[in-house]
Structure formats: structure tokens, C-alpha cells
Design a protein around this ligand. Sequence first.
Ligand code: SIN
Length: 275
Amino acid sequence: MTAVASEGQNVDLAWDLQPIAGKVGVAVRGIDLHGQVDQPHVDAIRRLLADYGVVVFPEQHLGRDDHVRFAEMLGEIKLPPKYMPNLGAEGHEAIAVISTENSVAYTTDRWHADVTWLSNPPKYSILHMEQIPPVGGDTMWASQLEAYDWLSEPMKQLLEGLTAEHALLLKAEMTAQHPVVIVHPITRRKALFVNSAFTQRILELTPLESRAILDLLYQHSVRPEMVCRWRWSEGDLAVWDNHFVQHYAIGDYHPAPRTIHRIEIVGERPVPASS
Ligand code: SIN
């Protein structure tokens, strides 16, 4: 039995929780995610996401309907961006396909949080592993709560109150401005919110200052101490708290095939730490 505090109360769960690394990520066994999960257990999953950043449910082997149903329990589904291949032709337009077959898998081997060029980036991302390569293709996540905590006090003071522009450079109109330091809605912990894939500049700084500070933060925010790494099996389900972790799909398996299905949940605007 494991007790997880959920919405102010402790829920006794017949779950086996195993942290994946010292500071981020937990693997949860002993729950079957086919079919409906009751509200206290859904709340407990949200709490685990807030505490660990990433929750992996090994070997669930969910069908597409189960994947969608599980996502709906966590919130309102956000349809994939238009450029992303999806299973619409099979009646599942909510499911994006990240595969070597459609080449999208070749774009995820870099540190990023999903879709931060929107003013309300997805809250959660939910991956179901469909096809693994014989070796390699692990995914890493880096806690941006830890990244903030590990900064010096003078650096924290400099960053709080600053704003960064995020953009998808394929499309100039896809831009958003976000606080550089945000606060978690459940734990109230502070986190860094910049990533090298989409953050362009810090608006209040000169171009030279902005470049130097962003480069420092990109290096700092993915230090091994704040990272976990998951070696996939087919049928694994992984969920992450997208405003509070970055992720990186390791591209060490080519030319073997790899396919993963992703559903995202609508997010709120990231909340500035300084408000
Ligand atoms: C993603 O970047 O959303 C996909 C990560 C993965 O394929 O492991």
C-alpha cells in the first residue's frame, strides 16, 4: 500500500511506486488503466505528476480508445498541431503519431517542452509506446523545479520577473511570451520555463545578455542531477507535467523503427512566480 496525498487527503493505493531517479520520475505498477479510473485515483495521479514530474505506467498495452479515455480523465484533450501526423483517418484525431516512418521521430531528439510557442502550452503529455527499436530510443526528462532550486539566490532574483519569447520558427506567427520563472499550481514550487528548442530571447535584456543567460540556463537546466531516463517496453504509458519538465528522445537507434502515440491535455497559461 502507498499513501498519496491527493487534494488535501491521503488515499491508500495498492500501487507499487519506484522512483526512476533521485529528483524526477516515478514508475507505478499495480494499477490497470483499461477502463474507468475513479476520481480519488485520478487525483492521486495528478499529485504524483506534481511531485515527480513524470509518471510511467509500465506495460499497460492500452488500445487507442483506452489511451483516449485515460487522457480524458486527466483533462480536456488538445488536438495535435496541424503539421503533426495523427490517427484521424482511423477516427482518433487526438492521437499524434511520432514515428521514424513519418520522420517526426527525427525532430524529438533535443531538449524541449511541448508546444511552448502557444500562450497556453499543453498541461500534460501522454505517450503510449507502440514500437521500440531493438536497442536505444530511451526518453529523458529534466525537472525544471529542480533546475530553479539549484540556481544561486542572485541568479533567482535576476530571473524572476523576466519574460521570454517562444516561437516555432517554421511559422513566424506562432509566438508566445512566458515568464522565465513560473510557479506550480499544486505545490507552489518555482520552476524555470525556457527551452532551447523554442525560446528565442529574454525581452527585458539586451540581445547579448539574453543569449548569454539563455545559454547558461539551457546548460544548467538539463544537468544529469535533475534528469531521469526511461528504457521503454512496448505498451508502456508515460505522462509528464509539461510546464515543469523538459524531455529528450534519444536518437541512438537509427535506422531501426520507433513509433510512439501522443495525446496532450489543454493547459492554462503558465503563472509567473513574481505575481
Ligand atoms: C515527444 O517529444 O513528445 C516524444 C518523446 C519520445 O518520443 O520519447
